[in-house]
Design a protein around this ligand. Structure first.
Ligand SMILES: [Zn+2]
Ligand SMILES: [Zn+2]
Length: 128
């Protein structure tokens, strides 16, 4: 079961695609999981450490994260472990921590490119 969301800015035509939805972590080895979904070195390390101690994954999903400081939007894989650790990511542009973002609120978010509140959902595809 997958979901893909295309976002478009009506002002500057910025466009970005995001994967959304749950992922079944048992389909992947921990190495595959890291290689396929995680691009942050620190997060990779934290995951490997937990795998070493056999701490189970409770939840894994693809989300849109947003920087409350500069408006940067990123599609990230958020994984929650049984010890309470949840993967956290920082904004590549300004270093501020990214927060989860509900795409239903897209009209309230500023475009990462032109800073206008002109974002809309262009397409929302489900499969699986
Ligand atoms: Zn930022
Ligand atoms: Zn824009």
């Amino acid at each position: 079961m997958g979901e893909r969301l295309s976002v478009l800015c009506k002002n500057c035509l910025f466009t970005e695609e995001f994967e959304l939805g749950k992922e079944n972590e048992s389909e992947y080895s921990i190495q595959e999981l890291i290689n396929n979904f995680i691009d942050d070195k620190k997060v990779k390390k934290s995951i490997l450490k937990r795998s070493k101690y056999n701490i189970p994954i409770l939840d894994m999903k693809h989300e849109i994260l947003i920087c409350s400081k500069c408006g940067n939007m990123k599609g990230k894989t958020v994984i929650e472990f049984a010890d309470g650790y949840i993967t956290r990511y920082c904004c590549e542009k300004c270093g501020h921590e990214l927060e989860s973002f509900d795409y239903h609120e897209i009209r309230k978010a500023a475009c990462p490119d032109c800073n206008e509140k002109a974002l809309m959902v262009k397409e929302h595809i489900f499969w699986g």
